[in-house]
Design a protein around this ligand. Structure first.
Ligand code: GTP
Length: 246
């Protein structure tokens, strides 16, 4: 198992796993990536895998996203450890416990990576950037990302879609690079991109509360239920119907 985004090869696939304590926004980020919408209500017991055909760097990729539900501490990690091509470890910037939860996940992933080659890329994600005025986690996160050699982004599931898509696409790219990921990756902030004019980045990184039009590229293709330990099964349709979409 490795990043399998083969150049020019049809049928590239990438399995992404979202980890983090309850309420950090894994489902909101997943649904935002898949539908461009922010979800306000959710079923905290849902764990599913969603599949979407994406064009990443001119390459068609089947991206599978596992939105996990550990209901507290990480358990039965085997269900995603060898399945994943990249991990997105999520916390809320306004919740210290969620940040502590990330540290636990990073330790598990790190020890898995020590025995697993090529190493599976990890991205640390500070979610709920729109709650910046209630921020409780800041530079600790940057230090944690550096310590575990992962990329670091801050973003918001209820802000612009492009920032969320950028992070998911970066996970796909990293999964392809595999061992190229060094031990001391420079931490990155989505918001830092906005301020760094020298980088000459496209304007879509500007934070934005406005919802974008209906999904075009992020169409849902298939849905598989594969919960090793969660309580309820549901198709994407039911999941999306069950959510209140703003
Ligand atoms: N303000 C704000 N709220 C968010 C954001 N992302 C998620 N939320 C809210 O946070 C709550 C939890 O979000 P979920 O996406 O269900 O969190 P989760 O990590 O999937 O939680 P579990 O399914 O229990 O593991 C919901 O009320 C969301 O509406 C965000 O970026 N900003």
């Amino acid at each position: 198992m490795s990043g399998i985004l083969g150049k020019g090869k049809p049928g590239a696939e990438c399995n992404l796993v979202l980890l983090g304590v309850t309420g950090c926004g894994k489902s909101a980020l997943t649904v935002k990536f898949l539908t461009k919408r922010f979800i306000g209500e959710y079923d905290p017991c849902l764990e599913d895998i969603y599949t979407s055909e994406e064009i990443v760097d001119q390459q068609l990729v089947t991206v599978r996203v596992m939105d996990t539900c550990d209901q507290g501490l990480p358990v039965n990690c085997e269900r995603y450890l060898s399945w994943a091509n990249a991990f997105l470890v999520v916390y809320s910037i306004n919740n210290v416990e969620s940040f502590h939860g990330c540290q636990l996940y990073l330790q598990i992933l790190s020890s898995h990576n020590k025995t697993f080659r090529p190493q599976t890329p990890i991205i640390l994600l500070g979610n709920k950037l729109d709650m910046d005025r209630y921020r409780l986690v800041s530079c600790d996160a940057e230090a944690l990302a550096t310590r575990f050699g992962c990329l670091f982004f801050e973003l918001s599931a209820c802000r612009d879609f492009e920032s969320v898509q950028h992070v998911f696409y970066e996970a796909v790219r990293r999964s392809n690079r595999g061992t190229e990921r060094g031990g001391s990756v420079r931490p990155m902030f989505v918001e830092a991109f906005v301020e760094d004019k020298a980088l000459n980045l496209p304007s879509f990184f500007t934070p934005c509360y406005k919802e974008l039009p209906a999904p075009a590229t992020a169409k849902l293709v298939t849905v598989k239920t594969s919960r090793a330990q969660s309580k309820r099964r549901a198709t994407t349709f039911t999941l999306l119907k069950g959510f209140k979409i703003f």
